[in-house]
Design a protein around this ligand. Structure first.
Ligand code: UD1
Ligand code: UDP
Length: 361
């Protein structure tokens, strides 16, 4: 049996790494197809190097573009590779345009699709990720739900029970596999930035609905500036290039927060685990904060990670400065005794086992 893995962006590389490691361990016949959606060194190559992942066999180099351009290039490129290299199963992870384009190309060729991180819903169709998740789930043959809640959502949408497998989220595997290495990382950003553990806040912000909207982006940045003034702690923000482009375009220049380039996974784990508070609109970062026991304020009106709200590791602040301040205050006073709802760190192993044991007729 031959397995294909497609990935294209930073979170897909990180969250697929435990699956790739498991396939390597089993000496399974597989290949990696990179769509090239992310191509900057610090959104792409750095993760292959640091996580010691084998180079992708194919790179479509689709790059940036409108949703239609990007998704269409991925569809056409993935179809060609799948016709030439004929895998039995294609695995995708998450909710990006790379995921949707790859899943659609495979299912039209009658190649089985396995969706890692299936069943997440924000119920906000303005988000491109929500459309990608729904469509990918509904053309997949194996739906790897990270939690029982995600499984319930899929059942509620009429997906047959036998297609759904609760495996945990591979981000737990990735965190467990890398945290100790991260702690001993000699190139730690903490030292470079002169940060004291538990005495700074960490920010990430890159979602289209926040950064493409000048009013929302200005409001969040104003909230973060106010937070720095109120709590008198450094606020560090590794800026996604998408967000940097928009900040320049809208003439926004926050005064009190430290903007740095995106960092590697090990450096980011280090920054997260030592932060007093994390503020983010990222899906993966909400999960990691929960796993690492660091309180999180989500700069959105909704989340497809409701488990984090339920265990108390996360709160939704939206984008208004006053609400961001209030939510930060709330989370700083909350005891971080929650338990991680995303699994035991063996999701990659389970996913590969399920695929290997299935009949792909
Ligand atoms: C994409 C995903 C988003 C995911 C994020 C992970 C979609 C619709 N969005 O958002 O769900 O959370 O990746 O980080 O699939 N750019 C660079 N270098 C790169 C890639 C992008 O500079 O390597 C800049 C370009 O200006 C580009 C912009 O970022 O136009 C947006 O890139 P794109 O891949 O469209 O979306 P992301 O915002 O990265
Ligand atoms: N991340 C990283 N360096 C950074 C910021 C984030 O390695 O400077 C990692 C983070 O640990 C998480 C993933 O990127 O695993 C989240 O990706 P992102 O926020 O880009 O996308 P999302 O999860 O929102 O789709």
């Amino acid at each position: 049996m031959k397995i294909a893995i497609t990935l294209g962006t930073r979170p897909e590389i990180i969250k697929m790494s435990p699956v790739i490691r498991e396939l390597e361990k089993r000496r399974q016949d597989y290949f990696v197809l990179h769509t090239g959606q992310h191509y900057s060194y610090n959104l792409d190559r750095v993760f292959f190097e640091e996580l010691k992942l084998p180079q992708a066999k194919y790179n479509l180099e689709v790059g940036s573009g409108s949703h239609a351009q990007q998704t269409a290039s991925i569809l056409i490129g993935v179809e060609k590779v799948l016709q030439d290299d004929t895998p039995d199963v294609l695995l995708v992870e998450g909710d990006t345009n790379s995921v949707l384009g790859s899943a659609l190309a495979a299912t039209k060729l009658h190649i089985k699709v396995g969706h890692v991180e299936a069943g997440l819903r924000s119920y906000d169709r303005n988000m491109p990720e929500e459309i990608n998740r729904i469509l990918t789930d509904h053309c997949s043959d194996y739906l790897f739900a990270p939690t029982p809640k995600a499984r319930q959502i899929l059942l509620g949408e009429g997906i047959p029970e036998e297609k759904i497998f609760v495996t945990g989220n591979t981000i737990v595997d990735a965190v467990f596999q890398n945290l100790e290495i991260a702690k001993g990382n000699s190139s730690s950003e903490l030292r470079t930035l002169n940060l004291e553990p538990k005495n700074y806040f960490l920010v990430t912000l890159h979602r289209q609905e926040n950064v493409d909207n000048p009013r929302r982006l200005a409001s969040i940045l104003e909230g973060l500036d106010k937070l720095a003034a109120e709590f008198r702690v450094p606020i560090v923000y590794p800026v996604h290039p998408h967000s940097l482009k928009k900040m320049k375009e809208f003439g926004l220049n926050p005064q009190k927060i430290t903007l740095i380039e995106p960092v590697s996974f090990l450096d980011f784990l280090n920054l997260e685990s030592n932060a007093r508070l994390i503020l983010t609109d990222s899906g993966g970062v909400q999960e990691e904060a929960c796993i690492l026991g660091v309180p999180c304020v989500t700069l959105r009106d909704n989340t497809e990670r409701p488990e984090t709200l339920e265990v108390g590791s996360n709160v939704l602040a939206g984008t208004l400065p006053g609400n961001i301040l209030r939510c930060a205050q709330l989370m700083l006073h909350r005891e971080n005794k929650w338990s991680n709802p995303f699994g035991d760190g063996r999701a990659g192993e389970r996913i590969v086992k399920i695929i290997m044991e299935a009949k792909h007729g």
